[in-house]
Write a protein that binds this ligand. Structure first.
Ligand code: NDP
Ligand code: HSE
Length: 440
């Protein structure tokens, strides 16, 4: 059989990882795909730059349009990242009836509905396994492996950079900026690392997971997004004292009123497996009605772990090149005309438990004032820590864990507590989830 010719856009961390894996494992990959996979052309901003991969056999160009318009290229692998020019290039490749593989979660989360419609019209595949959780085959697991289930919820550590930062801060007491710089050196971080630390990257990935889990359109603009920049070492330590770990989670859950789509730091009981997922590793918990809870774990970023997912997609595309486009696995797991119109819940309507940390004057009656305000809106306290004031200080940290309450009521309570004369500054609020089988 003739080899399948592919063109790669981008020869950075993931692009070079893909070239290396395709070359090193060429024989095994050909045995799996049924045809040899040959990289005929690749584009990079500076094609003459020294690379982490061998490019002697590949025609290099500084113009990515040459690749998407190259008549010899059957599959375009987009590893540039970002919204533009990636969107235009992918749409041009599709218009030219080329299949597309991409690791670009920003592109899929924000422009995926348009891209999949175009791909369907042209009968081509757009594969995006590497877009979520790096090397973990989570898209395939949910879209195919769990196809018999009514999926109830999923929760995941889906940003390697953020998890690496939180782990290093907790284990080694390192400074935030210092760990972020290391994540950038290691090739984990996005081109704009605020996407990692402000939760945008995780929200892109969560948007994709929710779409394939619940059969809903991609709705990144409705996601609630909170990053890790306000997490202090003190919060990490207090959480541990109470038996919890702070992880940056993406959570999507279907309940009677809609779908929750939220990314934020979360306290989780330290005995949960997912609480012990450290460093650049990712993990996604998915609860299906038939299978129960399932957990998927692996490297969430880095050259070869991500290349592992890119190459798996290339193999998948090659295997199905000759199949009827109407009989392929749908891009978003459900048939395009069967996507559900279930609304995304505003964060104010989400119910969760909370960790609260406040600085209070060391005077009698303060705790009574705070608990009265919480009680007035139906919030009950599960645990409480009050620390001694530091030498010469008159304020003390008070840490509380609450039972579940709708976010709107918690917002009202926090505003009322912050307005008390005896409370100094803002209250730190971190959501808490037990991640039980039945989400209670
Ligand atoms: P890099 O920044 O390392 O690489 C980007 C590549 O794209 C570079 O080779 C760059 O060229 C090239 N490029 C940028 N703009 C253009 C352009 N206009 N025309 C042609 N080439 C261009 O990014 P990564 O490899 O880290 O990420 C690639 C994608 O993979 C992103 O979507 C990212 O989100 C995703 N991803 C990354 C992971 C990781 O661990 N890094 C994990 C999972 C997904 P040059 O080298 O000459 O500057
Ligand atoms: N910047 C991303 C992360 C890359 O750290 O998870 C993998 O998607």
């Amino acid at each position: 059989m003739e080899p399948v010719n592919i063109g790669i856009l981008g020869l950075g961390t993931v692009g070079c990882g893909t070239v290396n894996v395709l070359s090193r494992n060429a024989k095994e990959i050909t045995r799996r795909a049924g045809r040899e996979i040959r990289i005929v052309q690749a584009a990079a901003r500076s094609p003459d730059k020294k690379r982490e991969c061998a490019t002697e056999q590949i025609a290099l160009t500084g113009n990515p349009e040459e690749v998407v318009n190259n008549p010899d290229v059957e599959v375009v692998v987009e590893l540039i990242g970002g919204y533009e020019p990636a969107r235009q290039l992918v749409l041009q490749a599709i218009a030219n009836r080329k299949h597309v593989v991409t690791a670009n979660k920003a592109l899929i989360a924000v422009h995926g509905n348009e891209i999949f419609q175009a791909a369907q019209d042209k009968g081509v595949m757009v594969a995006f396994e590497a877009a979520v959780a790096g090397g973990i085959p989570i898209i395939k697991a949910i879209r195919e492996g769990l196809a018999g289930n009514h999926i109830e919820w999923l929760a995941g550590i889906i940003n390697g950079t953020g998890n690496f930062i939180l782990t290093e801060m907790r284990d080694k007491g390192r400074e935030f900026e210092d760990v972020l710089a290391e994540a950038q050196r290691l090739g984990y971080a996005e081109a704009d690392p605020t996407f990692d630390v402000e939760g945008i990257d995780a929200a892109h990935k969560l948007t994709i997971l929710a779409a394939i889990a619940f059969g809903i359109p991609l709705q990144f603009d409705k996601a609630y997004v909170e990053g890790i920049t306000h997490i202090t070492r003190a919060d990490v330590m207090y959480a541990e004292e109470l038996g919890y770990r702070i992880k940056h989670l993406g959570i999507s859950r279907r309940n009677g009123n809609g779908v929750e789509l939220r990314v934020h730091p979360t306290l989780i009981p330290e005995r949960r497996l997912i609480a012990n997922v450290d460093g650049v590793m990712n993990a996604v918990l998915v609860k299906g009605d038939a299978v129960g809870p399932t957990l998927y774990y692996g490297a969430g970023a880095g050259a070869e772990p991500t290349a592992s997912a890119v190459v798996a997609d290339i193999v998948d595309v090659v295997r199905t090149l000759t199949t009827d486009p109407n009989n392929r696995v749908p891009h978003l797991a459900f048939q395009p005309d069967a996507l559900a119109d279930i609304g995304i819940l505003p964060m104010e309507q989400v119910t969760t438990s909370y960790y609260l940390r406040m600085q209070a004057q060391d005077r009698p009656g303060v705790l009574a004032d705070v608990t009265r305000i919480l009680g007035d809106v139906g919030i009950s306290i599960e645990a409480l820590l009050q620390k001694e004031p530091a030498e010469g200080e008159t304020v003390v940290p008070i840490i509380m864990l609450t039972h579940r309450v709708v976010e709107k009521n918690m917002n009202a309570a926090i505003a009322a507590i912050e307005s008390l004369d005896v409370i100094e500054g803002r209250i730190t609020r971190i959501r808490l989830e037990h991640l039980n089988r039945d989400w209670d």
